[in-house]
Write a protein that binds this ligand. Structure first.
Ligand SMILES: [Zn+2]
Ligand SMILES: [Zn+2]
Length: 421
């Protein structure tokens, strides 16, 4: 459905956060979203998701954290011995093997980030009710930034992969925590799709209660378009047309990731000792041995998640940076699609690291079968973190710089957003 263009008072205009185009606010029916007509970014949704509903979902998630972390998610019977795997046991095993960095990274992605997101929803509600400014600002900052690091879905896929890898050696039983994790994952997806930091800020101080004369700059913290200023009139965050030093930061992170990708692929990431035989596997030889063991499906998943995704991210980001630097962006929408894809696929690289932590929980018991991570896993963890940070530090508005200057001379008046159902 397309909304027809009409002139609006400036209070109804909003700048697109990804391309800075001034766009008319239109009234939406339930279930609709308004998208930027130039770059396709979702600007806002029909505000029908109740905030109390978000609160209920967040509390449910917090309650589910208890069984999902306390009980075992999987139990295997290895040479007659039952071994239970819990999330926390995996972290403990990584620390014991001398990999505290990997332990922190996996704990952050499957526990701390989702936990922080749920607690931030609770404190945001409380802060709005009690009129606490800084707790609200802090909660919404955590909410906005923790979303990308919630990787329960990746963890669940990793559990499935580990089960396939272990099926030849042992009997596998599903534990109670796995059911809790699946429900937790479903509710987390629901929560991420419903929660909007702009709505909390609207409750704090609605846009129409503020005297805004022109809209030239967009606040990325509270999503308020406003007149030029050093800081936002609502949330007091610094305002920038472009993220400061975005290009330099992204280049630096990208170069570091490119260097780290070599040891990540050349040094073994896992070492399996079976019947006194030492089997060292790099990412690639791991994929090859999966193919040899007739596990083509898993081989493809690991190949894509651990080799294709990191390389594609580095090449994609380098392409975007070169396009911006040399003013070579031809198809702006296409470039923004690459940017979005890079942000979305990033977390799937964590698959192999989660598999390592699960295997370590279940197999490293000094029995016939022994498992330990290799230093390649550390380098690989560094690649995952650096590429994710690089994707977050690039400012997508830079892609539209040349386009925007043409647009302004043509017409600076707001256009209606297109509506998707
Ligand atoms: Zn846009
Ligand atoms: Zn703001």
């Amino acid at each position: 459905m397309k909304a027809c263009a009409h002139s609006s008072p400036s209070s109804l205009v909003r700048l697109c956060e990804n391309c800075e185009l001034p766009v008319d606010r239109v009234k939406l029916l339930p279930g609709q979203t308004a998208n930027c007509p130039r770059c396709g970014t979702t600007l806002y949704r029909s505000d029908n998701a109740s905030l109390n509903g978000n609160l209920a979902l967040a509390i449910t998630c917090l309650l589910l954290f208890v069984p999902s972390h306390y009980f075992d998610f999987i139990t295997i019977r290895l040479v007659g011995v039952m071994i239970e795997g819990t999330l926390i046991e995996g972290i403990r095993a990584l620390i014991k093997e001398g990999y505290p960095g990997l332990a922190v990274l996996t704990l952050f992605c499957h526990t701390i980030a989702p936990l922080a997101m749920c607690i931030a929803i609770l404190t945001a509600h409380l802060s709005v009710k009690r009129r606490w400014f800084y707790p609200l600002k802090g909660s919404l900052w955590i909410l906005e930034h923790s979303k990308h690091w919630v990787m329960l879905d990746v963890f669940l896929i990793s559990v499935a992969i580990s089960c396939f890898k272990l099926q030849d050696y042992s009997d596998i039983f599903v534990g109670n925590a796995l059911y809790s994790l699946v429900i937790l994952q479903v509710i987390t997806i629901l929560l991420i799709s419903r929660v909007s930091t702009r709505r909390y800020w609207e409750l704090w101080r609605p846009e129409n209660s503020l005297s805004i004369t022109d809209k030239h700059i967009h606040c990325h913290s509270c999503h308020l378009s406003q007149q030029e200023a050093a800081q936002c009139i609502r949330c007091e965050s610094p305002l920038h047309h472009r993220k400061p030093n975005s290009m330099q930061k992204t280049w630096a992170l990208l170069i570091a990731a490119t260097i780290a990708i070599f040891p990540a692929n050349l040094i073994p990431i896992s070492i399996l000792i079976t019947n006194g035989q030492l089997l060292e596997d790099t990412i690639f030889s791991g994929v090859a041995s999966l193919i040899n063991n007739d596990m083509l499906g898993i081989a493809i998943i690991i190949f894509v998640a651990s080799i294709v995704v990191p390389v594609a991210k580095i090449l994609g980001l380098a392409y975007l940076l070169i396009c911006i630097q040399f003013n070579m962006v031809r198809n702006h929408r296409h470039a923004l699609m690459i940017y979005r894809a890079i942000k979305w696929i990033g977390k799937w690289s964590m698959t192999d690291l989660f598999v390592i932590s699960i295997m370590l929980t279940l197999v490293d018991r000094g029995q016939i079968l022994n498992f330990t991570p290799g230093f390649g896993a550390v380098a690989f963890g560094i690649v995952v973190v650096l590429t994710m940070l690089a994707a977050e530090s690039i400012d997508p508005r830079l892609l539209w710089d040349k386009h925007a200057s043409l647009q302004q001379t043509e017409s600076a008046k707001p256009v209606s957003s297109s509506i998707n159902e």
